[in-house]
Design a protein around this ligand. Structure first.
Ligand code: BTN
Length: 236
């Protein structure tokens, strides 16, 4: 059930996601691409991920045998693994937390991000999933904080945690992944603002459901299900 990692290393690429994508259908699960610099690193919602030398940038290929709907869970699977891995290596493990959908925070500020891109086959099923991770190991180029850790230690810690949590998910135990995710994330009742395009919604965190969607309790006590958006935690 373990993923066998094959790591390819580059000095400079546009984006490790693109290097992986260009491999096409023949690429095997577990192929991982690491780069020292990205000239066109990208983040969620089409944003730029500024990628100077020093920080950790990598992408890896997964080929889960699940239906397309379950891919929404994968962000939490990888987020949980990344959070657990960083807890293993930072000076203050308790300061690592998760923010929906898949940001990892250190002392309340973002220190790592995850980008998940799904490639479909001609039957509209999943061919493969490209998982890209950027960790501020040495600097915080735009926002957030850095964890001041060695890139190789960080990479190995993350790949090993992904192996464990991905295996759980592949055997159908998303409940356990979600339980672990909730343990590292904002508590129920935490104040939140969610930006959906131009709209800003305010409420408190209720839970994340089995599709990986966020449930926000609004001020009028109704529940709103959110499938994508930028979350700002405003208090516990
Ligand atoms: C986010 O917006 O939080 C996600 C950031 C993901 C950045 C990583 S760095 C390695 C991989 N290659 C990219 O171009 N993006 C991801």
């Amino acid at each position: 059930m373990n993923v066998n990692w094959t790591i390819e290393r580059y000095e400079e690429v546009h984006s490790t996601q693109d290097v992986l994508r260009e491999r096409g259908e023949k690429a095997q699960e577990g192929l991982a691409v690491v780069a020292q610099v990205q000239t066109k690193g990208r983040g969620r919602h089409g944003r730029e991920w500024i990628s100077p030398a020093g920080n950790l940038y990598f992408s890896f290929l997964l080929k889960p045998d699940v239906n397309l709907k379950s891919v929404g869970q994968l962000g939490l699977v990888i987020g949980q693994a990344l959070g657990a891995a960083l807890r293993e290596i930072v000076d203050q493990p308790d300061e690592i937390s998760l923010k929906w959908p898949n940001d990892v925070l250190y002392g309340g500020q973002k220190c790592a991000g995850i980008l998940i891109e799904t490639q479909l086959n001609d039957r509209n099923g999943i061919d493969s999933v490209l998982v890209g991770i950027g960790v501020n190991t040495k600097s915080a180029p735009e926002i957030g904080v850095c964890i001041d850790r060695d890139n190789e230690d960080t990479l190995q810690s993350v790949l090993s945690a992904v192996n464990e949590v991905y295996a759980l998910w592949c055997v159908g135990d998303f409940d356990e992944v979600l339980r672990r995710w909730h343990n590292l994330a904002h508590p129920k009742g935490a104040g939140m603002s969610v930006k959906l395009g131009e709209e800003l919604i305010e409420g408190v965190f209720e839970s994340v459901d089995s599709d990986g969607h966020l449930h926000l309790r609004l001020n009028d006590n109704t529940l709103r299900t959110i499938t994508a958006g930028d979350v700002y935690v405003t208090g516990d």
